[in-house]
Design a protein around this ligand. Structure first.
Ligand code: RIB
Ligand code: CA
Length: 308
């Protein structure tokens, strides 16, 4: 049995990633920790708890940071909808999270399963940075941390060069990237290039006809418009689900490299840029396994299997 800890800012793509992990018989999700990002913290908690209920799972779910380390919170409700789940009228309130603080839960869970916890981060890295600041020793106890964030090659989605999760809290990301933890970065380029769901494919997945399939496609109601109108993709993309697919099955990543990646702490267009040193001109030791290509076929197969 594998032991996952998922840190998320639960909105419409995070929820699909949660379904993928929660329906995998070989994965025990030890805890879900929430961080502010796509939506304010409380809404993310409600979205995660709703998704758990749909999956019929009882997983300890904790609130964490309600804002970035130093900066004000900028949500992505303009992308995912006010409720983060496509504003389709789901009952996303009134559920109760597990008492406790996400930061301490991250620390305690990693220490309870030394070298076994597979950490998957789907939002800004505020919680992870705070946990590492409080207990730096956990960096060597995490089996692997798969990060949905940054850009391996190409364009950003919140500035021309930056991806949202890193951009929201670049200081936290820099702390995590410099922590020495075993990390794998699945940038937005992987989602843009290999995890785009056009209308025909959306209909095909929805036609599977299960509650999971309908939920996972219906909650993309708002992001699908953003994708076609703003990011000019042929449909919505699923960054967190393809990152989760890679966390579950590393062979989904078809090209990776161990390289040095620096997070830019700045204001303006380069805020939160992940500068990938492809040919080691900095002479700095690699701190990240960056995913540069992935298998769309394998990803879609895993996604369809999860929602059956
Ligand atoms: O840039 C994409 C990332 O930002 C995804 O994790 C999405 O859920 C948002 O958090
Ligand atoms: Ca997310």
């Amino acid at each position: 049995m594998r032991h996952f800890l998922i840190d998320t800012d639960t909105a419409s793509d995070d929820a699909v990633a949660l379904v993928m992990a929660l329906t995998d018989p070989n994965i025990q999700v030890e805890a879900i920790t929430l961080v502010a990002g796509n939506v304010p913290l409380e809404q993310g908690l409600q979205n995660a708890l709703y998704t758990l209920e749909l999956c019929g799972k009882q997983i300890p779910t904790y609130g964490g940071a309600a804002q970035p380390l130093l900066r004000e919170l900028h949500t992505a409700q303009f992308v995912h909808g006010t409720d983060g789940m496509g504003d389709i009228g789901l009952s996303l309130q009134g559920r109760t999270p597990t008492p406790g603080n996400a930061i301490d839960v991250i620390i305690d869970t990693v220490k309870a399963f030394p070298n076994e916890i597979e950490l998957v981060t789907l939002g800004p890295l505020t919680n992870i940075a705070l946990a590492l600041a409080k207990a730096p020793e956990i960096a060597t106890l995490v089996k692997q941390c798969t990060i949905m964030g940054g850009v391996g090659k190409g364009r950003g989605n919140i500035t021309p060069v930056s991806e949202f999760n890193i951009w929201v809290d670049p200081e936290a990301a820099k702390m995590v990237f410099d922590s020495g933890m075993k990390m794998k970065m699945v940038g937005w380029d992987i989602s843009r290039n290999h995890a785009c769901i056009d209308p025909a494919l959306c209909d095909e997945i929805k036609a599977i006809g299960t509650p999971f399939a309908e939920f996972c496609m219906d909650i993309q109601n708002t992001v699908k418009n953003f994708s076609t109108d703003v990011t000019k993709l042929p449909g919505f993309d699923l960054p967190d689900p393809i990152a989760m697919a890679i966390a579950i099955d590393e062979t989904v990543a078809t090209e990776t490299a161990d390289v040095y990646v620096e997070v830019i702490i700045a204001d303006g267009l380069t805020r939160g840029q992940t500068v990938v040193d492809h040919v080691n001109v900095t002479k700095k030791a690699p701190n990240m396994e960056v995913v540069f290509e992935a298998s769309r076929v394998q990803f879609l197969s895993m996604l369809k299997a999860a929602v059956k």
